[in-house]
Ligand binder design. Structure first.
Ligand SMILES: *Cc1c(COP(=O)(O)O)cnc(C)c1O
Length: 363
């Protein structure tokens, strides 16, 4: 049996280090917003050669607090990909803003820059890009459009830790970048965690306030804040794993390379241009008979996942929040996509086995 994911195996190489961190944590007895959070913020900033990182409770909150920091007028429009995990769109709704869904490029699955231009109205305030599956969006034209129209850019980097476009790291292009360290992400905590990269000390200070009840000074609250602090214990675990992020990504890239080289048959593999350093949070293929393929693989002992089975516009939760429900490219991706095993816990031998079985799938 080859699992899609096994978090216990994935964290095995870090086990000793993590236990040591937990012992230190217990000995110290400082549980909330301590040194581990500050140090992780510094180290995560240094990894990106950035100055300002604020740790928050999770990836959704990272998106929400980034938007809150922008202080857009109620009802302002935020451009967002139609092909994304629902969290991206939820963050816009939670801030009282209007999500405007834009279709992806059918080859990269990421938001199509050409279609952003035509979605801009006089109410547009921001573009929220998602570097989906671990591949950066085409940031040059997107930043150009944003500059032209005076729009903020927020990057959803939940699936793209360490991904690059033209040698520049995801999370360093926009005004804000939201990261999730949900356990399955390329940099995963042992629980919920998130962070925001921002460009100014003023924004960082604002987000620090927002994550802690809007308080600058203890018991003095100047804005209507949240409780969205990065947990001290999770920060201490993340500090242990951050130095291995590139190794984790390179492992996933090496597994993806096997799929690229060895998979034949009518599977559509991801399109990765030479400007893109893909980190394969998810390695997906498209196949017209996706459900039959998934069952075939499971019968042969290979677990797969679907990211995602229901397109955002078809989610009950969004029915009152969208003005348009017709997104054929995104729908087609949702209907045909299948995510194959490609994690830090898999070996090359696992992937060769998956390939061998996949190549025997006859249509
Ligand atoms: C995981 C994910 C999120 C949300 O992160 P959480 O930490 O689970 O809140 C947001 N956007 C995308 C694209 C994700 O994959």
């Amino acid at each position: 049996m080859i699992p899609y994911e096994n978090l216990k195996t994935l964290n095995k190489p870090f086990e000793e280090k993590l236990r040591k961190k937990f012992d230190l944590f217990l000995d110290k007895g400082w549980y909330i917003l301590g040194q581990e959070v500050s140090l992780f913020e510094e180290e995560f900033a240094a990894y990106h050669q950035e100055k300002h990182v604020v740790g928050v409770a999770n990836g959704l909150d990272a998106l929400i607090l980034s938007l809150k920091c922008c202080k857009f007028s109620p009802g302002a429009e935020v451009i967002v990909p139609s092909n994304t995990y629902i969290a991206t769109i939820l963050s816009i709704i939670h801030c009282g803003l209007t999500p405007i869904l834009v279709e992806p490029d059918s080859k990269t699955y990421n938001i199509d820059p050409a279609k952003i231009q035509s979605a801009i109205t006089d109410k547009t305030a921001a573009i929220m890009v998602v570097h989906l599956y671990g591949q950066c969006c085409e940031m040059d034209p997107i930043m150009e459009i944003a500059t032209q129209h005076g729009l903020k850019v927020i990057e959803d980097c939940a699936q793209a830790h360490g991904a690059k476009y033209k040698n520049q790291l995801a999370g360093t292009f926009g005004d804000f970048a939201a990261f999730s360290f949900y356990p399955t992400k390329n940099l995963g905590a042992l629980g919920d965690a998130g962070a925001i990269i921002c460009k100014s000390e003023a924004d960082a200070a604002q987000i620090r306030q927002l994550r802690n009840y809007g308080s600058e000074k203890k018991y003095h609250n100047s804005v209507v804040g949240y409780n969205s602090r990065l947990d001290e214990l999770q920060a201490s675990f993340l500090r242990e794993k951050l130095p291995y992020l590139d190794e984790i990504n390179n492992h996933k890239r090496a597994l993806a390379a096997i799929y690229f080289q060895e998979l034949n048959g009518d599977f559509i593999k991801p399109h990765v241009g030479s400007d893109f350093h893909h980190v394969y949070h998810i390695f997906n293929i498209l196949h017209p008979e996706r459900d039959r393929l998934k069952k075939y693989l499971l019968d042969q002992g290979i677990a797969t996942e679907i990211h995602y089975p229901v397109a955002p516009q078809n989610q009950l939760a969004l029915k009152d929040y969208l003005t348009k429900f017709d997104y054929p490219i995104s729908t087609k991706i949702h209907e045909t996509t299948l995510s194959l095993p490609c994690s830090f816990a898999h070996t090359k031998a696992d992937i060769y086995q998956v390939v061998e079985i996949l190549n025997k799938f006859n249509t």
